[in-house]
Design a protein around this ligand. Structure first.
Ligand code: FAD
Length: 286
C-alpha cells in the first residue's frame, strides 16, 4: 500500500522507525523488538539503511519483509545513494521488489569523509527519480525543520525539497526536533512553496543523555530551554530521565496533533518499552 494513502482519512498517522542490528549483534533481538512494536498497531514501520555504516550486509530488506509478511504492517525500506552505484542499486531494488516491499524512503545518506562518493547519484531527488522511472515502488523523502546542515539557508533547502517532491516523492518524514514552533514554521514554508504532500513530524524520545548529545551533534537539532532543564535535572537519574523524556515526547505529540500535524514518526531507537508508553498515552488523541 502506498504510504501517502494512509493520510487520506481524518486520523493522525503514527509510524515507527527501527534500525537493523549492528554487524556483530544477533538478529533475534530485532525480531523481539518488532514483535513488541507490532502489538501497538502502528500504521507503518520504517527500517533504516546503512545508518551505522554497514551498507554491504544491511538487513533492511529482510526486516522490512518480515514486518509486512509476519505482522501484516506496512513497511518502508530506507535506501541511501551517495555511496551506491547504479548496478548495486538495481540489485537492491530487485531484491526489495522480490521481497514484496512497495515503499522506499529515498535518501542521499550522510557524506563520510573517508569514503569517496560514487558519481551516479548526488541528491536524494536523483535517487527518487531513478526509482520512480524504474517503477514498482512508492517513494518517500526526508525533510529538515531546522534546515539541512549543508543547505545554504532555509530558502535554498525548501527549494531543494520542492525539487524532490516534484520528482514524485509523495510523503515526507522530518528530522527529529524538540521545539514544535520550529516545525510549524517549516511547515508554513513548505506549504507556501506549494509542497502539499503529507509531512510527518519526527519525534525522538530522550532515553539517555549520551544518545541525545550524539543525535544533536549529528543532525543539528536545537535544544529549547525547557528541554535542557529536563536534561539537567535528570541527567544522573537514568530512570527519571526515561520518564521525563517520555513525558516530553507525549507533550510534543499532543501539541502537534492539536495543530493538525499529518503524522507522527517515532524514532523508537529499537526500544519497545518507550514506544509503548508513548503510544498508549496518545492513542485516543490521534
Ligand atoms: P537531499 O535531499 O539530497 O539533501 C541533501 C542536501 O543537498 C541538502 O542540504 C539539500 O538542501 C541539498 N540539495 C538537495 N537537492 C539539491 C539540488 N538539486 N541542488 C543543490 N542542493 C541540493 N541516513 C542513512 O544513512 N540511513 C538512513 O536510513 C537514514 N534515514 C533517515 C530518515 C529520516 C527521516 C531523515 C530525516 C534522515 C535519515 N538519514 C539516514 C540521514 C540522511 O541520509 C542525511 O540527513 C543526509 O545528509 C541527507 O539526506 P537527504 O535524503 O535529505 O538528502
Amino acid at each position: 500500500m502506498q504510504i501517502s494513502k494512509l493520510f487520506d482519512g481524518d486520523k493522525t498517522v503514527l509510524s515507527y522507525e527501527i534500525f537493523p542490528p549492528k554487524r556483530n549483534d544477533s538478529i533475534d533481538k530485532i525480531y523481539d523488538t518488532i514483535e513488541k512494536l507490532s502489538d501497538l498497531n502502528p500504521d507503518f514501520i520504517s527500517v533504516t539503511y546503512g545508518a551505522c555504516g554497514n551498507i554491504a550486509d544491511s538487513k533492511t530488506a529482510d526486516i522490512a519483509q518480515l514486518i509486512k509478511d509476519k505482522y501484516n504492517i506496512e513497511s518502508v525500506a530506507h535506501l541511501t545513494c551517495i555511496n551506491t552505484g547504479k548496478e548495486e542499486l538495481d540489485y537492491i531494488l530487485n531484491d526489495l521488489e522480490s521481497k514484496g516491499i512497495e515503499n522506499i524512503l529515498a535518501l542521499r545518506g550522510d557524506i563520510n569523509p573517508d569514503i569517496k562518493p560514487k558519481k551516479e547519484f548526488k541528491y536524494a531527488s536523483e535517487l527518487a527519480t531513478y526509482i520512480i522511472k524504474r517503477g514498482g515502488f512508492y517513494v518517500s523523502g526526508a525533510c529538515y525543520p531546522e534546515v539541512h546542515v549543508e543547505a545554504e539557508d532555509s530558502i535554498a533547502d525548501i527549494k531543494n525539497l520542492k525539487k524532490k517532491v516534484d520528482c514524485g516523492v509523495s510523503h515526507l518524514i522530518s528530522q527529529l526536533f524538540f521545539d514544535n514552533e520550529v516545525f510549524y514554521a517549516f511547515k508554513d514554508r513548505a506549504r507556501a512553496a506549494d509542497i502539499n504532500v503529507p509531512i510527518e513530524a519526527g519525534i525522538m524520545p530522550v532515553t539517555n543523555k549520551k544518545q541525545i548529545e550524539r543525535m544533536v551533534t549529528l543532525c543539528g537539532a536545537s535544544l529549547p530551554a525547557k528541554f535542557v532543564k529536563v536534561l539537567q535535572k535528570y541527567e544522573d537519574k537514568p530512570e527519571a530521565l526515561v520518564d521525563a523524556g517520555i513525558a516530553y515526547a507525549v507533550n510534543q505529540i499532543v501539541d502537534l496533533v492539536a495543530n493538525g500535524v499529518d503524522g507522527i514518526h517515532l524514532y523508537t531507537m529499537n526500544n519497545p518499552y518507550v514506544a509503548r508508553k508513548i503510544t498508549e498515552s496518545v492513542k485516543n488523541i490521534l
